[in-house]
Design a protein around this ligand. Sequence first.
Ligand code: AMP
Ligand code: MG
Ligand code: ZN
Length: 537
Amino acid sequence: MPKVSQSLTTQNLKDLLNETEINDLVKYSQFSSCKEKDYTYGKDELCIKLISLLIDKCNEMKENSLVKLLIWVKKQLQIYLDIKPDAYTFKKLEKLKQSEPNLKMKFGWMVQYSLLNQEEDIYKMVRRTYKSNTIITKNKIKKNLMIKRNSLNPQIIKFANSGNIMNMNKINENLLDFKNPNFDIFKLENKVGKENILPVTSTYIFITFNLFSIIDYTKFEKFIFNIANGYNRENPYHTDLHAADVTQTVLIYFIFGNLQKILELNQIDLASIFIAAGMHDLGHPGYTNNFLINTKNDLAIRYNDQSVLESYHVSEGFRIILKKEGCNIFENLSNQDYKICRKRIIQCVLATDMTLHNKEFEFLKKKIETFGIKNGENFEKIFEGLDPVTTYNLKQDFLNVLIHSADVSNPSKPLNIYKQWAKRCVDEFFRQGDMEKKLGMPVSFNCDRETVTLAQSQLGFIDAIVFPLFSVLIEFFEDLNFTVENLKKNREYFKGVKENKENKENKDKEKEEKEEKEEKEENKTIIKEENEEKSED
Ligand code: AMP
Ligand code: MG
Ligand code: ZN
């Protein structure tokens, strides 16, 4: 008979339950004997006790805690009693469900609709988070890089070889400068070519975070080139260059915000956000969601007018991964890791829908108010005492804010870079405006080239969206201060442009009025003279 008393002491439960829950459990009458060190439960006795514990607790506990308890019970059955939990526990539960209507409802809901399975996946992931960093030894990293070096795409190798792929610092300093917040992606695009900019950016990041230890390099290469080619390079703004920019910007936030450590992200989390950044505007047609909805476009019909583009981008991305030969970057992942990764990617891409901006902004503000976040202090308090599922979701909330921030970050870049993005973005808006005029539709906000100016649109975008967002973001990640500094300078620049234009327009107007007045005076004099001449005659 296996000894189970150890498994029921406070000590051994720490990784599964919080202190209150452990105390609850130990206090619980059915397990009072587990306090006695040598007590051994019989197999059937324990099984019945565990299951009746579940039943009794079922009505008092919230879904999350209940799932946690159920997982724990399953683990006890598996480890100590060598019972295959799914077969056994559920057979028992099935019987019990029939006699307990409440239980039937709760478990029926959880098990039938597989919330339980999903939650359990998340638990496994969360627990692995703490292990993932130690699993990969230095030798393993070296070996992975050797393999990658041999199979790198020739375009990337060309650039990698001018540094040394084995030496990340050399790449940083000499080659790509990806970790510099003033990094000029337009320059790199000129060097590597339009079709390579996204693959080079993503590959660099995957190497940096050693993500090729979980994702096969050859598949990734094929996948990322397919993603890059899936962008519409005719668009002024929404191309793979923008995707590469967002990807690199997220990297900057990770480095300067020390995010991997603060948010305790594992490799699946990291792979998810960088894959999401790469595919977040995939197949963008150059028109906004509202335009697609108003023109009753097929995409709007398919996605029921809800986050039309974002749903499309992420769906197309997964179509490449799952349906295109040789692109399944998730093939080596366990089913659970795949599920988590897919879930994270979908949520990240959907979070780039601008209609969610206020929600994301309010999320940050609320955390600041509740936890007194200032200059990066107290951040850790947000995660204190949370159960793993809530922690998982909270991390997702932060990933969402980060990808959204990177997506609207161009006004926070150095001015020469920002100006190029702004012009492209406004050009794309104007193209839409032209199309709307052609179709006899009302012209959308910011889309009329005859009335909207670049400076005016930029001041509006900075004041309404970007400045408030980044002002709040830097309270969490103090080292991202440079974003707000750039925003202030860039705002002054466009303010100057707008004022100069207005001054010039005012002067032109004054000049015009003056000329008009002079002309009128002149006409009056001529008429007067003519009249005088006439009367003399
Ligand atoms: P996305 O379309 O996914 O790139 O979402 C970001 C949105 O932010 C764009 O669609 C634009 O509406 C807006 N945006 C980004 N940069 C600018 C900019 N410089 N000026 C005006 N709007 C911008
Ligand atoms: Mg988008
Ligand atoms: Zn975007």
